[in-house]
Design a protein around this ligand. Structure first.
Ligand SMILES: [Zn+2]
Length: 160
């Protein structure tokens, strides 16, 4: 079985060059995350012995970094979150609609999260209800929706 490409492998192979190329733009947090992902499940973090409760078989495993940005450590949490969301779905068609704030409003939203997101959620709900009720679209009198806030931040590297 071929090994899959991992972020840790890319960091190990190209991390030093990346750090040097972006030395002026990489902060302490980004460097710490890269270090955690690189060290995750390697001898650098030590290890532990796992034992099966049924048969007593033991194995030595390297410790995890437990960093919230680590794809290995958060992989099972992500899969569980997806399974939980899929369990909530009804057997009906779903539509994914995205509402975004203009870039100029991002500073206001950052400083006034509760107020701005309350306005955005209310406007999104009213828009969906209005459009769905229109006979040219769904003509629906009852509409169920689930609004979630996702924050998309452009990194400072996007233009590089
Ligand atoms: Zn990890």
């Amino acid at each position: 079985m071929a090994a899959s490409l991992e972020v840790a492998y890319i960091f190990r192979r190209h991390g030093d060059a990346f750090r040097q190329a972006h030395a002026g733009h990489l902060g302490r947090v980004e460097r710490r995350i890269m270090g955690a992902i690189t060290a995750c499940r390697t001898a650098a973090l030590g290890g532990h012995v796992e034992q099966c409760d049924d048969c007593g078989t033991t194995r030595v495993a390297y410790n995890s970094c437990r960093n919230r940005h680590c794809p290995k450590c958060q992989g099972s949490a992500r899969l569980q979150w997806l399974a939980d969301r899929q369990a909530e779905l009804l057997p009906v068609p779903y539509f994914h609609v995205v509402f975004t704030l203009p870039a100029l409003a991002s500073g206001i939203a950052f400083q006034n999260k509760a107020a701005v997101y309350a306005i955005l959620f209310r406007a999104a709900a009213e828009t969906l209800t209005t459009i769905a009720a229109d006979p040219r679209h769904l003509g629906a009198q009852n509409l169920a929706y689930n609004i979630r806030r996702f924050v998309w931040l452009r990194t400072k590297y996007a233009a590089a």
